[in-house]
Design a protein around this ligand. Sequence first.
Ligand SMILES: Cc1cc2nc3c(=O)[nH]c(=O)nc-3n(C[C@H](O)[C@H](O)[C@H](O)COP(=O)(O)OP(=O)(O)OC[C@H]3O[C@@H](n4cnc5c(N)ncnc54)[C@H](O)[C@@H]3O)c2cc1C
Length: 463
Amino acid sequence: MKQYDLVIVGAGPAGMAAAGAATEQGLTVALLDEQAAPGGQIYRAISAPAPRDEGILGADYYHGRSLLAPFKAARVDYIPSATVWEITQEREVRFSAGGRARTLQARRILLATGAQERPVPFPGWQLPGVMSCGAAQIMLKTSGLTPPTPLVLAGSGPLLLLIALQLHRAGVEIAAVLDTTPRDNYLKASRHLGGALRGWKMLLKGLGYLAQLKRSDVPCLSRVSGLKAEADDGKLARVRFTHKGREQSLAATSLLVHQGVVPNVQLSRAIGINHRWDEQQLCWRPGTDSWGETDIEGIFIAGDGAGIGGAVAAEQAGRLAAWQISCQLGRMAPGERDRQAAPVRRALAPIMAIRPFLDVLYQPAGEFLTPADDTLVCRCEEVTAGDIRRYARMGCTGPNQTKAFSRVGMGPCQGRMCGLTVAQIIADTRQTSPAEVGYYRIRSPIKPLLLKELTSLDNSDHQ
Ligand SMILES: Cc1cc2nc3c(=O)[nH]c(=O)nc-3n(C[C@H](O)[C@H](O)[C@H](O)COP(=O)(O)OP(=O)(O)OC[C@H]3O[C@@H](n4cnc5c(N)ncnc54)[C@H](O)[C@@H]3O)c2cc1C
C-alpha cells in the first residue's frame, strides 16, 4: 500500500492551495478528485481552453488560474477521476479510478470535498426540465452548453444571481428570475449588518449582479412564493408562483432552482467525525479547530466542507491546514507556522464577518425546508413529505428510524438529496430542532461502487 505524509481529497481551491503549501514544506502528497481536471466547483474545467468568451464566466472564475499554475508545478501525485468511497480512522483512503479500487495510507488526511447545492424540494422538482442552477453552470463551464428556453430561474442567494448573469452573458434569453427570499429574512439579517459592512466588497459584488441583470432587462421578481413546476406529457411546461398576492404562470422548458450551498458531509460523517447543527446556515457542519483538525486525530477538513465560507476562504483554509500538518510532522517550526498564518487569518476576518448576514438573509423559505405533504422528498425511493410526517407522528424520532419504514435515504444518492429535508420535517412535526433529531448514519462506501471494483482491491494492500 502506497504511503504518503498527506492525502488530500478534493482539488478545489482548498485542496489545490493545501497541496502547494504542503509540498513546499517537503511533505509527500497525493491528491484525489473525482473530476477529470483540477478546479473544484468554482474553477471547474479551469485548465481547459475557455469554451467561449472569457467575459461569460467572469474574473472570479479565471482567478482559478492563479492556483492552477503553482499546483501543476508542485510535486503532488494528483489522481484525477478518482472517487474516494471510504476513509478509515486509521487513515486508509480507499478509492476507485479507471474501474479499479486502491488503498493509500496517509499520516495525515485533508478533506477538501467542498459543498453541494442544498436540495430544493417543491411540487414538480423531479420533472424533466427542472434542475439545479449549479448543474446548468457545470454544463456551461465544461461544454459551453446552455439550457433550452423558455428558461426561468428561481430561488435565493448570490449564486442564483451570478448564474443568471453568466447565462445571460452567454446569450440565453431569461424569461424571469424569481427571488424566493422571504421578506422577514431582511429584518432578521439586519442584526448582522455590522459584520456585513466589514465584508462590504462581497456585499457590493452581490448587489452588482442584481444591478447588471436589471440593466439588461432580465425580469427579476422579488418575494415570490408558492413555487410549482407543472408538466404536459411528463415534461416541464410551466412554472406557477405567487407574486404580490397574485398567482402567475410562465411557460418554461427549463427551470433552474437554487437555495444556497451546504457542506458536503458524506465522508466526514462516514469516518465518524463529530458534527453540529448550524442554526444560521441551517445545515450540519463538522467540528474543527482553527487549523481545520477534527476530533479524529490526523484528519483535517478545509474549505466549504467545514462550513460555507466561499472560494477565497477555502483557499486560505487549505493553506492553514497544510502548515499545521507540516508542523505536526516536524517539517515546520511552530513559530514559522504562526508567522505565515497571521496575514492569512487577517485576510480571512472580513470574509468570514459577512457570513452571519448572508446566512440569515438567504435562509430558504419554509415551503422549501418543510414542503407540502404531496411533495417528493426522497427521489430515489419516492417518499413524500407527508410520509415522513406520518412516520414522525407514529413515533420515529429521527431520520434513521424513518429508513426502516420507507427506505428513505437508502437509494443511490445515499441521502444527499433528502437528508436535510427529512431532518427538518421530523423536527418540525415533533416540535424540536434538527440538532435533536440528528442525521442519517452514513456508511462506506459513500458512493456507488461496482462489485468488480471492490474485488479489484489488491490483497497486498492489507498486508
Ligand atoms: C455546483 C456548485 C457551483 C458553484 N459555483 C460557484 C461559483 O461559480 N462561484 C462561487 O463563488 N462559488 C461557487 N460555488 C461555491 C463553491 O463551491 C465554493 O465556495 C468553493 O469552490 C469551495 O471550494 P472547496 O475547495 O472547499 O471545494 P470545491 O471547490 O467544491 O472542491 C471540492 C472537490 O472535491 C471533490 N470531491 C468531493 N467528494 C469527493 C470524493 N468522495 N472523492 C473524490 N473527490 C471528491 C469534488 O469533485 C470537487 O472537485 C459553487 C458550489 C457548487 C456546489
